[in-house]
Design a protein around this ligand. Structure first.
Ligand code: NAP
Ligand code: BGC
Ligand code: ZN
Length: 354
């Protein structure tokens, strides 16, 4: 079968591998579509993740949707449409997987398929233990590759809101930092399902730009970080109750503290590399304490977040997903799915159709 793989320092390329045999407890899945996000670009560039131990390449892809080809006695049904979760235990199992929270496992207690230490889903077929395959309605199959990224935001929002659960928090405003695919999906969630009154999205693009069009069509406000840096957001607009960072631009982590309203919470999602810069630690410390602010980091997601994400996906307007997904490419022109220009928002590689 054909897979899309990368060797350290190389570009994604087609690699032939045998169709995998499902072990006991595993199903064989025929891949339909696999999405591409900023993390894939970081993996290809070598700044995040890595090949499985003893291998010289990594099969890419962690945002997949497929059809059960061989249920192999797992309780799944052949023909069922499923989305795989990303993390797997490296050696047998551990308490994070046993209790259903692989997303909270520390480094060394997980591999991430298609990212770090485990082959991904950009292959005509893949196998997976059934417990990591989440059924999705067949009429959402064409968009099933959006479930994993939405699940990332389901988790971040759950943890951020949980940090305010000790009192009657009534958030009204949200700002998403970053107009990439994760940022735009989160803007749509904030508007369509989370019920914020005022939603802002920060980018660094000139008009006309397709991401600004989407932000405004959702009823959100576009903020240009070159004119209004995050540190000036509270003065230029208002202090935000919730901030979701999806730029990977490390200064945003600290500027977020200033941009929050009293009692506000920021969720950091970006994955920057080492970066040294100056901050006024004392002022930020004071800001946290005197205004009851909170900042959380959030990575990955568990099965429950995938289930919520399927529900969220079913509520997103069709025009939004049509405009967000700028290209779905077959194996013959899979390279186009990895283009990273200003007209590309969300892409996927199509391996097969239902
Ligand atoms: P992406 O497509 O690269 O999006 C990043 C966006 O941030 C781009 O649109 C970029 O704008 C914008 N940006 C960067 N610096 C900025 C600045 N100084 N001011 C304004 N906008 C800025 O990546 P993605 O897939 O949406 O993911 C976003 C980040 O989240 C990445 O770092 C990714 O690794 C991370 N991530 C984390 C998780 C997790 O579990 N924690 C999950 C998925 C992704 P331009 O395009 O104009 O340059
Ligand atoms: C993936 C997550 C993963 C994270 C860090 C994201 O792009 O969606 O599942 O945990 O990268 O590797
Ligand atoms: Zn991702």
């Amino acid at each position: 079968m054909q897979t899309i793989a990368v060797e350290p320092g190389g570009e994604p390329t087609i690699l032939e591998r045998p169709v995998p045999e499902p072990a006991a407890g595993e199903a064989l899945v025929r891949t339909l579509r696999v999405g591409v996000d900023g993390t894939d670009h970081e993996v290809i560039a070598g700044s995040h993740g890595g090949v499985p131990d003893g291998d010289d390449h990594l099969v890419l892809g962690h945002e997949a949707v497929g059809v059960v080809e061989d249920a192999n006695g797992t309780g799944l049904e052949s023909g069922q449409v499923v989305v795989p979760t990303v993390r797997r235990p490296p050696n047998g199992t551990n308490r994070y997987f046993e209790t259903g929270y692989p997303d909270m496992a520390p480094e060394g207690e997980y591999v991430e398929r298609g990212i770090a230490g485990g082959h991904g889903f950009m292959a005509e077929y893949f196998t997976s233990p059934a417990e990591f395959l989440v059924p999705i309605p067949a009429d959402l199959a064409h968009l099933g590759f959006l479930v994993e990224p939405i699940s990332i935001s389901e988790k971040a929002v759950e943890h951020a809101f949980a940090s305010r659960s000790a009192f009657d928090w009534q958030p009204e405003s949200a700002m998403i930092l970053g107009n990439g695919s994760l940022g735009l999906l989160t803007v749509a969630m904030c508007v369509e399902t989370l019920g914020f009154d005022r939603v802002y999205c920060l980018g660094r693009r000139d008009r006309p730009d397709p991401t600004i069009d989407i932000i405004e069509a959702l009823g959100a406000t576009y903020v240009d970080s070159r004119k209004t840096p995050v540190s000036e957001v509270a003065d230029a607009y208002e202090g935000m109750d919730f901030i979701y960072e999806a730029t990977g631009y490390a200064p945003h982590a600290f500027e977020t503290i200033e941009a929050l309203a009293p009692n506000g919470v920021g969720a950091l999602l970006g994955v920057p590399s080492s970066w040294t810069f100056e901050i006024d630690g004392g002022a930020l410390h004071e800001e946290f304490v005197l205004h009851n602010k909170a900042l959380i980091g959030s990575v990955n997601s568990h099965r429950g977040h995938f289930e919520s994400a399927i529900d969220t996906l079913s509520q997103l307007p069709e025009w939004f997903t049509d405009d967000l997904v700028t290209g779905v490419y077959g194996l013959e022109d899979f390279e186009a799915a990895f283009d990273d220009d200003d007209t590309t928002i969300k892409t996927a590689v199509e391996f097969d159709r239902i």
